[in-house]
Design a protein. Structure first.
Length: 260
């Protein structure tokens, strides 16, 4: 069913189909029809039609009672990732960055209110949350989030901060909109952001922007380290120069390929 909106024709069926796909997660890898209907806010009959359609298309499988996603859904995200060429172009620079710093590094883009991981080179498991391509984290307590938020137009940043319901993930998490704005503005001026155990105790990270040919931030590159192996000072002196070099190299490579 299509509805006219200020931006054109809105396909409610497509919106509901995507909502059904998003209902599945690491915490809920399989769902019953009634659970899907409840989580998405649709009738069981509508949920059944959507799940059967997704099953016919190969995106969902069922054991007769419970439904789960198939690996085919990865193709939906891969189309975006491959269009950026980040995996192909950033990989060597990220490997070199990890070799020099001996710490994990990642690239993320902004999908408010979250950041989305689009490339990652881990060295060891330092977080309780399993991260990989497609993983999402809230933007406000992360170094990549601060860098990406610093690249927003002021009006968009104000809207984000005015609607943000920030949670104290650790005793160090900055949740005040005013203090977050200060941190974001500092990242804009400094050209990097450092977050000290705001997302998770024991985790420090530092991030730099990846920009397009017009200077707009389109992604962020970070290095994360356990607090026992790093201090904010050593991240700035020992890691930041390598991080900024890698971010500049990735920007240059993407620009030469004409994808920015």
């Amino acid at each position: 069913m299509a509805a006219e909106t200020s931006t054109g024709t809105f396909l409610q069926g497509l919106e509901r189909g995507l909502a059904v796909i998003r209902a599945f997660s690491a915490d809920a890898p399989s769902l019953t029809l009634s659970e899907v209907a409840r989580d998405v806010g649709i009738t069981p009959a509508t949920a059944r039609r959507i799940l059967l359609t997704l099953g016919e298309l190969g995106y969902v499988r069922s054991d007769g009672r419970r439904f789960s996603l198939t690996p085919r859904v990865l193709a939906l995200g891969w189309a975006y990732l491959s269009s950026l060429d980040l995996g192909e172009l950033a990989g060597p620079f990220m490997e070199e960055l990890t070799a020099k710093t001996r710490e994990s590094c990642s690239i993320a883009t902004l999908d408010l209110p979250d950041i989305v991981y689009v490339a990652r080179v881990p060295t060891s498991r330092i977080m309780t949350v399993a991260l990989g391509v497609g993983a999402r984290l809230p933007a406000y307590p992360t170094s990549m989030g601060r860098v990406l938020l610093a690249g927003l137009p002021e009006e968009e940043l104000t809207t984000y901060l005015s609607t943000l319901d920030a949670e104290s993930l650790t005793p160090r998490t900055v949740t005040s909109a005013d203090k977050l704005r200060d941190s974001i503005n500092r990242a804009r001026v400094d050209g990097y952001a450092l977050v000290d155990q705001e997302l998770e105790l024991g985790l420090r990270s530092i991030a730099a922007p990846i920009r397009n040919a017009r200077g707009r931030t389109i992604a962020a590159l970070n290095v994360s380290a356990h607090a026992s192996r790093s201090t904010p000072a050593t991240l700035r002196t020992d890691v930041l120069p390598h991080l900024q070099t890698a971010a500049a190299q990735i920007t240059t490579s993407l620009t030469h390929r004409g994808h920015l």
